[in-house]
Design a protein around this ligand. Structure first.
Ligand SMILES: C[S@@+](CC[C@H](N)C(=O)[O-])C[C@H]1O[C@@H](n2cnc3c(N)ncnc32)[C@H](O)[C@@H]1O
Length: 216
């Protein structure tokens, strides 16, 4: 009798961009990440962070195998008198990498119709690929009414993570999910829960350690 192998998890404590540039990932690996906010990269000015963010999105998409896909979960920020749309920044990186937007979902962080102060009431879930074709007959909801439980304040919500991982497994043929900015490992834990192998990269040693241990 054959038993299903337990999905694996590997976490590297490293700089994600240097790590990604050294990889030649085969098809079947999909990426799913949240790039760090300016508040997490205090050594950079706000404008330097914007440039870094665009380059990071480009590096993530260049590392994504051509027929696989990459998903970004990002929440906008307000800076001075400006609303900074992280979807626009990711899309600038995607354009540079030659990747196409396959879908763009809005994830409600607050119920529709409710005003929020500070962070906006929604987040972006964006999916890109260079060669994968997503058939219209496989359309999935564009507005996710709930983020789901957050494992820590900077986390992706569990419902958004589940939707993204399931899409990558079923539509992008992913058997492994890579989160190059994995934090405490929410996406990795969801990937394992859905039967997929997971690889994380995280620069903070304490978070990398937690990312290996998080189970849902
Ligand atoms: C938005 S958080 C990710 C949260 C994660 N999705 C979760 O749910 O736990 C971004 C993470 O990127 C990490 N980070 C920042 N710069 C990095 C770098 N150059 N390489 C790898 N990780 C980095 C931060 O320490 C932080 O944990």
């Amino acid at each position: 009798m054959s038993t299903k192998p337990v999905p694996s998890r590997i976490v590297h404590c490293a700089d994600a961009l240097a790590w990604l540039k050294n990889q030649k990932l085969p098809e079947g690996n999909s990426l799913f990440t949240s790039l760090p906010d300016s508040s997490e990269l205090k050594r950079l000015s706000f404008s330097e962070w914007q440039d870094w963010f665009i380059t990071a999105a480009e590096v993530v998409l260049r590392a994504t195998p051509e027929h696989s896909a990459a998903i970004f979960f990002q929440t906008d920020v307000k800076h001075g008198n400006s609303w900074v749309d992280k979807s626009f920044l990711v899309q600038r990186g995607a354009f540079a990498a030659g990747a196409r937007l396959l879908w763009h979902k809005i994830v409600c962080r607050a119920p529709a119709g409710v005003a929020t102060f500070g962070r906006p009431g929604y987040a972006h879930l964006l999916c890109f690929s260079r060669r994968l074709v997503d058939l219209v007959k496989h359309a999935t909801p564009d507005v996710l009414p709930q983020l789901g439980t957050m494992t820590w304040p900077k986390a992706i919500g569990l419902e958004a993570a589940q939707q993204g991982v399931i899409w990558l497994r079923d539509r992008a043929h992913a058997h492994c999910i890579i989160d190059p900015f994995c934090g405490i490992g929410t996406v990795l834990a969801v990937a394992n829960q859905q039967g997929l192998d997971a690889i994380g990269v995280e620069i903070a040693a304490s978070r990398a350690k937690k990312a290996l241990a998080l189970f849902l």
